[in-house]
Design a protein around this ligand. Structure first.
Ligand code: FAD
Ligand code: DLZ
Ligand code: SF4
Length: 523
């Protein structure tokens, strides 16, 4: 009896459940397929990261004596799909069964339903126990609740895992030090240098292939520096715990033109692909705190992101899909402006964030939420278009984590299932948390007329436009009171200027001119 153990590109962990209880004669199957590299036109670095990490993982398994059948993208008979390659491999190995760990994405889970028929053999789908909260546990937690607030889920997870707990109480007497995570960055504060992960022959080969085959996709490859092995991912974790984490808490929400990474971990691609496990990352942060190396607001702030937010969005995704992706509570219908791809806009915060994204396949949470996300929300961009953008441009993007963050947090398209209010802000927020405004053609202090920051205009226009849906939310009472106190003529001016900005944003001739400028990718 020969079993095929099918490992997907984001399951690159020796601890993945499909690798449990290996038997003599088992063959591990890994496949590079066009369907996965192009179901959206991923950033070049994302493709290079996954394919290089897959190739390294296959080598590591072989070094352990495990039989691996690895199908590269350019293999002559490659059918280009998971289903096609699995069926071919079952024949090739005369396999009698397939074992696989459930996928991260709903899209792929649907494919798996076809696999018994397509292969003619039984397919055992095992739970993905790399997460700290199983899908069943999340379902039980969600129960009959009408809304699912992350904070309560997080407390439950702290209790369940014992992370940062003293018996039944949170360490430091508080569950959450969010209020201590919002300091703007002092101008002269030194930012630690990141370790460089040298590209070996495998990574260089993959990068060359991606440049050639996916040259028209968004993004640069020049600064590719992601760890692609477990060994290097562990080095990246050690570096972060020693150099980033001590200040992560204080400056988690800060943005700076001189450095897109600041004190962030840059561990999400490794976590999502399996090179690191959520539990070990949280334990590393807690250990540093207990040793006295990092303050509590840092360790708690970081653990909250992983034990809280990451597990929570995954729970919501599997609880609510597929209907979740279809809602559009704010009836947002505007197409995504072209400058999300080109970065060509006079709004410096947007231009910088898009530039960082193109160069590194990375932008940190507040850039994603409060700059590009905030703009898309205020401008009323169609949720599906915003989602596709986020799924394309970040090295860590998978539907299970991107979708709730964009659909729920950014676009409020779920009508408040995930967030108690939209994350909408005017230019004042971006000015407080960044140094972008100093180099901008607009000014956050100007509310209307020449030089007015578009976020200022769009913020009030957004509130006025969505009054029917948003005014009833308790946490929106204050902004609506402020709006209601404004003289009607002022509101009319703001709304007219907002409309003019939105209308001018995507003039077809402007897009054509920009498209002609060379360095843009083809959509
Ligand atoms: P840090 O800021 O150092 O945080 C540590 C870790 O916490 C991250 O590595 C990540 O695993 C986890 N984390 C933090 N916030 C979240 C969150 N909201 N949801 C899930 N995990 C979180 N994260 C992804 O992994 N993939 C995505 O596709 C993705 N899309 C996003 C889209 C939007 C609009 C927003 C607002 C956030 C998105 N995030 C996504 C969450 C977050 O922005 C990234 O996880 C983070 O920026 C990754 O960088 P880092 O490792 O330096 O994170
Ligand atoms: C993201 C990605 C890419 C770009 N390419 C592959 C691939 O060629 N082979 C593969 O097994 N996985 C790839 N992946 C990751 C998958 O898209 C991911 O495993 C599924 O979305 C399931 O979550
Ligand atoms: Fe962004 Fe407005 Fe500041 Fe310009 S002034 S950087 S558009 S927030």
């Amino acid at each position: 009896m020969s079993r095929l153990i099918f490992i997907l590109g984001d399951q690159l962990s020796r601890d993945v459940s499909s690798l449990d209880r290996l038997q003599a004669g088992d063959v591990v199957l890994m496949v590079e397929v066009a369907e996965e590299t192009t179901y959206v036109r991923h950033h070049k670095q994302k493709i290079a990261f996954i394919l290089s990490a897959m190739r390294h993982f296959a080598e590591e398994l072989r070094a352990e004596g495990i039989a691996v059948d690895y199908v590269p993208l350019d293999a002559p008979q490659n059918t280009g799909s998971f289903t096609g390659e699995l069926a071919r491999a079952v024949k090739r190995h005369q396999a009698t069964a397939v074992v696989v760990t459930e996928p991260g994405e709903w899209r792929v889970r649907r494919m798996m339903d076809d696999w018994p028929e397509a292969t003619g053999v039984p397919v055992e789908i095992r739970e993905d126990d790399r997460f700290l909260c199983s899908r069943a546990e999340f379902r039980a937690w969600a129960g009959e609740r009408k809304s699912y607030r992350m904070e309560f889920f997080y407390r439950e997870m702290r209790r369940r895992t014992g992370l940062l707990m003293e018996e039944d109480a949170p360490v430091g007497g508080q569950w959450n030090f969010d209020a201590e995570n919002r300091k703007p960055l002092p101008k002269d504060l030194a930012i630690p240098r990141r370790p460089a992960f040298p590209k070996d022959a495998i990574t260089s080969g993959v990068i060359a292939m991606v440049a050639e085959r996916f040259g028209a996709h968004f993004g640069d490859l020049d600064d590719f520096g992601w760890p692609v092995t477990r060994e290097d991912a562990l080095k990246a974790l050690d570096w972060f715990i020693a150099k980033g984490l001590p200040r992560f808490g204080d400056f988690q929400d800060a943005m700076a033109q001189r450095d897109p990474f600041l004190f962030h971990a840059l561990l999400s691609p490794c976590l999502n692909a399996g090179l690191l496990l959520a539990r070990e990352v949280c334990v590393a942060a807690e250990t540093a705190y207990r040793r006295g190396d990092v303050p509590l607001n840092a360790a708690e702030g970081f653990i909250r992101q992983i034990l809280g937010w990451r597990e929570y969005v995954r729970g919501i995704y599997w609880l609510e899909m597929p209907a979740y992706a279809q809602t559009n509570a704010l009836k947002a219908e505007r197409p995504l402006p072209w400058f999300y791809w080109s970065g060509e806009t006079a709004m410096n915060c947007m231009a910088r964030t898009i530039h960082d994204t193109r160069r590194h396949a990375y932008a940190h949470h507040i850039q994603r939420l409060m700059v590009t996300g905030n703009f898309a929300l205020l401008a009323g961009i169609r949720p599906a278009e915003i989602e596709e953008w986020y799924l394309i441009v970040y090295a860590d993007a998978y539907d299970w984590v991107e979708l709730p963050n964009v659909h729920g947090m950014v676009a409020f398209a779920d009508g408040g299932l995930l967030a108690s209010k939209p994350y909408a802000a005017s230019g004042a927020y971006i000015d407080r948390m960044s140094d972008y405004c100093g180099g901008c053609a607009y000014s956050p202090g100007i509310k209307t007329g020449e030089g007015a920051c578009p976020f200022n205009l769009l913020y009030w226009d957004f509130l006025a436009r969505n009054r029917d849906t948003l005014a009833r939310l308790p946490r929106m009472a204050m902004p609506y009171r402020t709006l209601d106190k404004m003289p009607a003529a002022r509101v009319a001016t703001i709304r007219a200027e907002a409309q003019a900005f939105l209308d001018g944003m995507e003039k077809p001739e402007a897009v054509e001119t920009k498209r002609g400028q060379g360095e843009l990718f083809e959509r």
